[in-house]
Design a binder for this molecule. Structure first.
Ligand code: ATP
Length: 371
């Protein structure tokens, strides 16, 4: 039987984007090959501040079209503080793409890589493995470009809809079920501020309704301020968390700090039809071109993409490819000698890519993590 060839849309974007995308795509292809799958077709597409300067459009129609046609979208980082729209705002086509493709679930896995020490003294702080799901199409971000301002006051309105909340909560419960099947506890925590805001009390009611179809999953609640404290005090208590867009924006950076910084934090923005995989960090213009960037978050985003494709396409080999790539990252860092520049070491894109590539080649097909 001929095997399906995956169609990948690849958007390297700006700053460190291109530097970290090339080795990531090479590793994704190598992982596919190791799992017995053909190489994916690569459709490299332009978007970002560079595209805006060159073409006058940060997200050309051809790019959106290529994304719609792809099986999955791999995006690095976009934006450049030096390149702005005439109204002074920054170019953020990665956010436009979320609205364009209706990518409502922002998935931020918080998993410690062995060998990368987190900031917490308690040893459990180095064995974190939970997921933060951020609603990505509404909340306070619904106000972007719509807020009001005069001399005496400014307003931004938080919009929480039944549809938007129900679908992201359902997503979180399904994710908890998938994790439970892999041995996790099976819990979803609603992170809100239901004690203060009408919009958040509404969110919690819709969360409760969504939970009804998932009697095998335990539901919990946390107020966002208390959760911020618990994420520092004992983050290992969480399994899956689901929250409004703005709370999710803030807590996902806090979560990245727990696993070693932005260069270690992958993410996905998932809708019913499409999904974009990209590291949590931005284009890091301050280090672009120096080779100092840590490409690990990009590699782990590539692994998330393969894992998502396994479910979408019903092909377990993509899961194996994801496990190969993630295990190669773990092995590269395990001894603690590979230290990225953001953590005070001297390993940048070239060194980390080479170490992960070598670890991937060395991985045994019978490794217990891959089975
Ligand atoms: P955005 O708003 O687009 O998320 P940002 O302005 O918050 O971007 P980043 O581009 O993520 O910021 O950069 C924040 C800081 O983290 C910068 O000092 C940058 O050099 C550093 N940084 C970001 N990503 C990496 C990486 N992969 N490796 C090393 N340092 C990084």
């Amino acid at each position: 039987m001929t095997k399906t060839v995956l169609e990948l849309a690849i958007l390297p974007g700006d700053g460190i984007g291109m530097e970290i995308t090339k080795p990531c795509v090479e590793l994704v292809q190598a992982a596919l090959q190791k799992a017995g799958e053909p190489a994916a077709n690569e459709n490299w597409l332009e978007a970002g501040a560079g595209a805006y300067t060159k073409l006058g459009n940060a997200l050309p129609a051809e790019t959106i079209d290529g994304c719609r046609k792809a099986d999955a979208i791999l995006l690095a980082a976009m934006g450049d503080p030096e390149v702005r729209y005439p109204d002074g705002t920054e170019i953020i086509p990665q956010i436009d793409l979320r609205f364009e493709l209706d990518l409502y679930a922002g998935v931020r896995p918080v998993r410690s890589v062995p060998g990368i020490k987190g900031p917490l003294a308690d040893p459990r702080g180095n064995q974190l493995d939970f997921v933060l799901v951020r609603e990505s199409t509404e909340g306070l971000f619904a106000s972007v470009g719509k807020g009001t301002r005069d001399d005496d006051q400014a307003t931004d309105t938080q919009v929480i809809t039944r549809k938007g909340t129900a679908r992201v909560c359902e997503f979180a419960f399904k994710l908890a079920q998938q994790r439970k099947a892999r041995g996790y506890v099976g819990e979803v925590t609603s992170v809100d501020k239901a004690n203060v805001f009408k919009s958040m009390a509404f969110w919690r009611d819709v969360f409760d309704e969504a939970s009804e179809g998932y009697s095998d999953i335990t539901k919990k609640y946390g107020y966002v301020d208390a959760v911020a404290m618990e994420m520092v005090r004992r983050p290992w208590i969480y399994d899956v968390m689901v929250t409004e867009n703005m709370y999710g924006d803030i807590l996902s950076d806090l979560a990245a700090g727990l696993i070693g910084g932005l260069g270690m934090a992958p993410s996905a923005d998932i809708g019913d039809e499409h999904a974009v995989f990209q590291p949590c960090h931005g284009s890091a213009p301050d280090i672009a071109g120096t080779g100092k960037a840590n490409p690990t978050a990009m590699f782990l985003s590539g692994a998330m993409m393969l894992e998502w494709l396994a479910v979408e396409k019903g092909n377990k080999n993509y899961d194996r490819a994801a496990l190969f790539l993630r295990s190669a990252v773990d092995d590269a860092f395990a001894e603690g000698t590979l230290v990225s520049t953001e953590r005070g070491g001297d390993a940048g894109v070239a060194e980390i890519s080479a170490a992960v590539g070598q670890a991937l080649v060395s991985l045994n097909n019978n490794d217990r993590r891959i089975a």
